[in-house]
Design a protein around this ligand. Structure first.
Ligand code: ADP
Length: 490
């Protein structure tokens, strides 16, 4: 007879998750990728190339072509020809069919894209699988729907496309940002030259392959890889009609100067330093989840990250205790492991920037807390970090760190927290946690932020506009508002 064992659960000792890595076998990566110009994959002039590295283990992923000014010129010429001869004159409902097809192909290849996104960028597979890739497909679906209904978006107006759009995207949401940029541009009848960031070009080139498979006419979408110089060549090209840029405020300023006095339209989605505000009447457990999601989602490489926590003074102890507990349960490690909560820092340069701020914060007198976690030996890693005892004048409170670093301040009154929350050069997003609808409406009208989340954080939807005030940039992406930068209304 089998021996009877006591079936009691032991909640006292730490539970460990077994590793659950997503297989990368089904994802094909070529040794070398070219530029996608005029419907063809071509080498860069002079064969110049650069490597993309897996930030979680320092392994080489592939080489990518470094586009020169001449390569960019070829891409712009191809886009102009496709604009004049094909895309702008095609019936809108035909354009929509191509955009729908791209959306469906992304869904079909979602698993492969998710794996590649996590390998190239370091983000947890759970995020790329459940957020980045489905949202990218949804953006194409959403704007495909608008393509033949623009007269309802802008009633009574004569609607024309803008022409050739130069689109420059960052490394934190590589495929998603490509979708945010491409989908509305194509829906409105524009053609595009797109440049992904130099540390994450893989899914953009995979997207170029997918777009090629979709049968999109040659030259409608061109993808050029390279670093800042390639981006600058797009910005300065005289035959580009619109620049759409997402990236740092520093580069946003350079771009705005470069296009001043030209005919180019622009949208700039830049940095942020969002306030996440917890009132004493908030559901504290949910708020703590919201704080965690707000700052540690995608390692804090999120322009709208809730990086400044404001807690009402009388619940500070409870919030901090629960927050520290929850931080201790976050799993930091292999981005391809389905249990991972916090992945790798995207590049050595970004890790250096974050470490610089960790040092500055301590020198400024803030109290640092990091949970004990064993970090992999190779790759770029930063544990989730909390800075207590901070004030408005601290650099870690004022400047964007773009990493898993949260500063904590307290407040007593509504007016005080509004003043403090608005007291930064940025104005992209904010979060408010309270039981009272009236407080939410009061704050949403007074916070100078493009997006204000109430009792949630980092929620994205293609139907909802996103964009900033002040040094966070201008123009909106997503929703009906996201069509506006891609049309001329007469
Ligand atoms: P981050 O600080 O997040 O790395 P950047 O603003 O440097 O962001 O980069 C965002 C994108 O802008 C990348 O695709 C990058 O190659 C591009 N870029 C960098 N410098 C320039 C520039 N001077 N002109 C145009 N694009 C640029």
């Amino acid at each position: 007879m089998a021996q009877k064992t006591e079936n009691k659960l032991d909640f006292g000792s730490k539970w460990e998750y077994a590793a659950a890595p997503e297989s990368a076998d089904h994802a094909s990566i070529m040794d070398e990728y070219g530029l996608y110009i005029n419907g063809k994959f071509v080498k860069a002039e002079g064969g110049k190339k650069f490597a993309s590295i897996n930030p979680s283990n320092d392994q080489h992923i592939a080489y990518f072509a470094e586009a020169s000014d001449n390569d960019v010129d070829k891409a712009v010429k191809a886009a102009r020809k496709a604009y004049k001869e094909v895309w702008s004159v095609m019936p809108a409902k035909e354009r929509a069919k191509y955009i729908f097809r791209i959306a469906r192909l992304i869904q079909e290849r979602a698993r492969e894209f998710a794996v590649l996104e996590s390998m190239d960028g370091g983000k947890p597979i759970r995020e790329s699988r459940d957020i980045d890739i489905p949202l990218a497909a949804n953006h194409f679906f959403y704007y495909a729907g608008w393509a033949d209904k623009l007269e309802y978006a802008f009633p009574g107006k004569k609607i024309e496309p803008v022409g050739v759009a130069g689109q420059i995207i960052p490394w934190n949401f590589p495929l998603l940002m490509a979708a945010w940029k491409l989908a509305p541009a194509l829906a409105c009848g524009n053609t595009v030259v797109l440049k992904p960031a130099e540390t994450t070009p893989l899914t953009a080139m995979k997207l170029a392959e997918l777009i090629h498979d979709s049968g999109l006419p040659a030259g409608v979408v061109n993808v050029v890889t390279g670093a800042g110089a390639t981006g600058a060549a797009i910005v300065n090209h005289p035959d580009v009609d619109k620049i759409a840029f997402t990236g740092s405020t520093g580069v946003g300023k350079i771009i705005q100067k470069a296009i001043a006095g030209t005919h180019k339209k622009a949208t700039l989605e830049l940095g942020g330093k969002a306030a996440n505000i917890i009132f004493d009447d908030a559901p504290i457990d949910q708020a703590v989840e919201g704080i965690i999601n707000g700052i540690f989602f995608n390692q804090g490489h999120v322009c709208c990250a809730g990086s400044r926590l404001f807690v009402q003074e009388n619940v500070k102890d409870e919030v901090l205790r629960k927050l520290i507990d929850r931080m201790g349960s976050l799993i930091v490690g292999d981005p391809l492991d389905k249990n991972t909560d916090v992945g790798a820092i995207n590049s050595k340069e970004q890790l250096n920037t974050i470490n610089k701020y960790l040092k500055i914060g301590q020198e400024e007198g803030a109290e640092i807390y990091q949970p004990k976690c064993s970090l992999p030996n190779k790759g770029n890693w930063c544990p989730p970090t909390l800075f207590c005892e901070t004030s408005q004048s601290h650099r870690i409170v004022q400047e964007e760190i773009f990493g898993p670093v949260l500063t904590v301040q307290t407040f007593r009154t509504v007016d005080e927290v509004i003043d403090k929350a608005n007291n930064t050069p940025f104005g992209l997003s904010a979060g408010v946690w309270t039981d009272k609808g009236s407080k939410i409406f009061n704050l949403t009208t007074k916070l100078r932020a493009g997006v204000v989340w109430a009792n949630t954080y980092n929620k994205f939807d293609p139907t909802s506009p996103f964009g900033g005030y002040k040094e966070s940039g201008f123009g909106r992406e997503g929703g009906l508002h996201g069509l506006l930068p891609y049309v001329n209304l007469v």
